[in-house]
Design a protein around this ligand. Structure first.
Ligand SMILES: [Zn+2]
Length: 107
């Protein structure tokens, strides 16, 4: 399943990542959602810990970080570098598509 977007664009002004796919067209996902879904071991661990603690009050725990750079990795993924120095998350194209689809289905 080597799916690759036709186009990727980062719109820093609006704070979103725009991806274009052969079958789904243009999908947008907010950069902070991309950050929240970081697939690296560190963030996975953090999310597991947060999920284990029952939080009755939902607070927005989005870190106030911005996107510094995006680097293609091979032919299958993107590496996002954030302004807080975090850059260990490799987002495969299929992961990005899932994120974007989930974001667009929420309207
Ligand atoms: Zn991470």
């Amino acid at each position: 399943m080597a799916e690759k977007p036709k186009r990727i664009r980062v719109d820093r002004a609006r704070g979103w990542l725009e991806t274009e796919w052969a079958d789904e067209g243009v999908l947008r996902v907010m950069l902070h959602e991309v950050r929240k879904a970081c697939p690296c071991a560190l963030c996975e661990g953090l999310r597991a810990k947060q999920a284990a603690q029952l939080q009755m009050i939902t607070t927005d725990q989005t870190p106030s970080v911005d996107l510094a750079d995006v680097v293609p990795v091979g032919n299958y993924a993107l590496q996002f570098r954030w302004t807080d120095g975090h850059d260990t998350g490799l987002y495969t194209y299929s992961h990005l598509k899932q994120l974007a689809l989930a974001a667009s289905s929420r309207g």
